[in-house]
Design a protein around this ligand. Structure first.
Ligand code: GDP
Ligand code: MN
Length: 405
């Protein structure tokens, strides 16, 4: 049975300070910190830092949903108030690999002896949570993976067992040649992280670096959490954070109707819509094989009513770079006439834009659908099967002089 909006989970990537607040809730040690936005900056960033009771030196960190901020100039140290004020002013509004910095996290700088790597991810290969540990963490973890793979341990965890066994910790420490002084602290931390992993339906919880100080105490200096967005209805506190994240406006617009909108290639001209991710991927593959580029894809989920189709087509047609929209709907009980009617509603409103629609639908009332399209007089092509549809898209593409793409 199909449910409206049912589809594979897409990770919602939290900002560092959001991840840190979940760490704090679960007893994972973090640094004392405060978030500074432009309003706080205007009111005096240093005042805010002092009010929060932070001692200098501090670390000022750009809050964007990508890793590698340190290397991109998004993590800076300030010895005193004056430096902090200057850095806050300089870093707010900065662009880090296409993400605009709207907030900064300022934390007390921690003196550290070593940087470790620790994460738990949902691993589709072993179909279980996978614990990953390395004593050679920090900004060059990718380098560690390449040059000393032996210093990274991966252990699938039994999802039915909510307690992490001590032998798992012993194994990762032995395998990676890490001294065992922190054994108890690491077990405690992994256990807390594992509880958080399940409580928030996460696909990834990562601490890099996990700092070890001179006394062997562990602190999470960075936090990356990705949550399965299908779980958001159960997580109102996390859903409320969505507004803070930088997303394509159409992703947000589509979500309101329970559609999944996926921007693909910015210079592409084809929009692909379907009811299922497998079908979408097949369509994208065939279109790409023909040398064309897909600009965006939209997963309708279930329930193809005329209104829903019209709304989805409207979103696709609204993308200036899309010149052809391909709707590929395969459904035993899907009413093709509904799909055709929805497509016509959206195309009629958009007639002037000179955009084309290619329709491939299988299901009840297929002939009726073809009749509705034929009588509409709109630039809609009904095609039989995916390969013929792709041919039709290609023919339109050629006609438009799509070689310029
Ligand atoms: P990322 O580059 O986006 O992963 O940002 P991180 O938060 O991991 O910071 C990058 C690097 O800055 C870390 O790997 C550390 O080497 C360093 N760093 C960040 N915070 C601190 C701190 O409090 N103390 C020290 N000593 N180094 C820090
Ligand atoms: Mn990091």
């Amino acid at each position: 049975m199909e449910h409206p909006g049912r589809r594979a989970g897409v990770p919602m990537k939290l900002l560092e300070y959001q991840a840190a607040s979940l760490f704090e809730k679960h007893g994972v040690p973090i640094q004392k910190g405060v978030v500074i936005d432009s309003a706080a900056l205007a009111a005096g960033a240093v005042k805010k830092i002092e009010e929060a009771g932070l001692a200098f030196p501090v670390v000022i960190k750009a809050q964007v949903q990508i890793g590698g901020r340190g290397k991109a100039g998004g993590v800076k140290f300030a010895e005193n108030a004056e430096e902090a004020e200057k850095l806050c002013a300089r870093m707010l509004g900065m662009d880090i690999r296409g993400f605009k910095v709207k907030e900064l996290l300022v934390v007390e700088k921690k003196e550290i002896a070593r940087e470790w790597y620790l994460s738990i991810m949902l691993d589709r290969y072993t179909k279980s949570p996978l614990l990953i540990f390395s004593p050679v963490g920090g900004m060059d973890i990718e380098e560690t993976a390449r040059t000393s793979p032996g210093r990274i341990a991966r252990v699938p965890l039994n999802p039915m067992e909510k307690q992490t066994p001590l032998y798992v910790i012993d194994y990762v420490l032995d395998k990676t040649g890490t001294d065992k002084n922190c054994r108890a602290a690491l077990l405690d931390l992994v256990q807390k992280l594992y509880t958080l992993f399940f409580a928030y339906y996460t696909m990834l919880v990562e601490i890099n670096p996990l700092a070890v100080d001179a006394r062997g105490a562990l602190t999470a200096l960075d936090g990356k959490i990705e949550i399965d967005d299908n779980a958001l209805p159960f997580l109102p506190d996390i859903s409320a954070w969505r507004d803070k994240l930088q997303e394509d406006a159409d992703v947000i617009e589509a979500r309101k109707s329970d559609f999944l909108f996926i921007p693909i290639e910015d210079d592409g001209s084809v929009g692909v819509m379907s009811n299922g991710s497998g079908m979408l991927m097949s369509c994208i593959d065939l279109i790409s094989k023909k040398g064309m580029k897909v600009h965006a894809a939209l997963d309708l989920g279930g329930g193809a009513t005329a209104e829903r189709i019209a709304e989805a087509v409207r979103i696709m047609l609204g993308r200036p770079k899309i010149t052809a929209v391909f709707i590929c709907v395969f459904g035993g009980i899907t009413r093709c006439d509904e799909v055709a009617r929805g497509a016509c509603i959206a195309m009629r409103k958009n007639e002037a834009a000179g955009k084309q629609l290619i329709l491939r639908i299988e299901g009840t009332n297929k002939d009726e659908a073809a009749r509705i399209v034929a009588e509409s007089g709109l630039p809609i092509t009904v095609a039989e099967g995916i390969p013929k549809s792709v041919e039709a898209i290609f023919a339109l593409h050629q006609k438009e002089g799509g070689g310029a793409q």
